[in-house]
Design a protein around this ligand. Structure first.
Ligand code: NA7
Length: 290
């Protein structure tokens, strides 16, 4: 397929690289030109230039503003959207904003799927992402060959914005599970139980969790290099709270966790992995970081 891939960050780059390796004809665009080249792919100067003549446009950028820029700016995808174009947005953004972008593309006969991903950097590199899609069923079917190259599974939840709604609910769980783990660990460490002992107990009991299993090697090494940057988890937490407000729904525990992430960003931890909130909790409780 002729694919335009827009956004070569931690997630986008390995996703696009897998499409190139699978033999697709890929043109890439990235906001910062110094990070806009990918072996085996052409580079375009604007999103519109990348999208011109493409069958599929795949987007993976940071946030709502970035996605709006890529699709709707003067040199955005919309400017080059031909009838039949299929766009897939793997950025985690506001469901409402994604629906608005879908409506603008539909005016041009183009289709948008929101298809945020889960699986982090490792999942993107190994082609083991899970896609959570919202939009027309036929579009999901047409994209199957690409989903298969980048992921292990695709869930089609419903119409536009529904993939994002499910993704936000999932990341809410991740943020709360990890915060629960941090507080449990800090309490254990303050009592003289080691992090290693706690991780072993968690892994052997009903407390076992995919989130903690994934994070355990990084926690043991206190390696907070970004797999999922803390600032992006905070972006998602804000989206969850905004989405909940629009549905007149209270999220009291998440509200508290939001404050911790805000504080972490103020302390300069935004570029680190969200696992770095553990270091923050440890420092606040007077524990020296291992
Ligand atoms: P990264 O590694 O922070 O990459 C973000 C990408 O988004 C990167 O290519 C950025 O370009 C691009 N970006 C950021 N702001 C803009 C604007 N305003 N316009 C265009 N492009 C922009 O994030 P991840 O790859 O980890 O995550 C991507 C999404 O998946 C995100 O929604 C996560 O929550 C899930 P840059 O190179 O900085 O110019």
């Amino acid at each position: 397929m002729k694919i335009a891939f827009l956004g070569l960050g931690i997630m986008g780059r390995p996703m696009a690289a897998r499409l190139v390796a699978a033999g697709h004809e890929v043109t890439v665009w990235n906001r910062t030109p110094s990070r806009a080249d990918l072996p085996g792919a052409r580079t375009a100067a604007t999103p519109a230039q990348a999208a011109a003549g493409a069958e599929v446009v795949w987007v993976c950028v940071s946030d709502t503003a970035a996605s709006e820029r890529v699709f709707l700016a003067e040199d955005g995808v919309l400017a080059a959207a031909a009838p039949g174009l299929l766009a897939a947005d793997s950025s985690t953004i506001s469901p409402q904003a994604s629906r608005r972008i879908a409506a603008r593309l539909a005016e041009r006969g183009a289709t948008l799927l929101d298809c945020p991903v889960t699986g982090s950097k490792q999942g993107a590199e190994s082609g083991k992402l899970v896609f959570i899609a919202g939009g027309p069923k036929e579009a999901v079917a047409r994209l199957q060959p690409l989903f298969q190259v980048m992921g292990q599974r695709v869930f089609h939840i419903g119409g536009n914005g529904m993939g994002l709604a499910a993704k936000l609910a999932m990341n809410l769980n991740i943020a709360l599970i990890y915060q629960g783990f941090c507080e449990g660990l800090v309490l254990a460490e303050k009592s003289g139980v080691s992090a290693g002992q706690m991780l072993e107990i968690i892994g052997a009991t009903m407390l076992r969790s995919g989130v903690i299993e994934y994070k355990a090697p990084f926690i043991r090494a206190r390696d907070y290099s970004p797999n999922f940057p803390l600032k992006l988890m905070l972006k998602d937490i804000r989206l969850m709270l905004e989405h909940a407000r629009s549905l007149q729904t209270e999220l009291p525990a998440l509200q508290t966790v939001a404050g911790i992430y805000e504080q972490a960003v103020r302390q300069g931890l935004g570029e680190q992995d969200y696992a770095a909130t553990l270091g923050l909790m440890e420092r606040q409780s007077g524990l020296a970081e291992a």
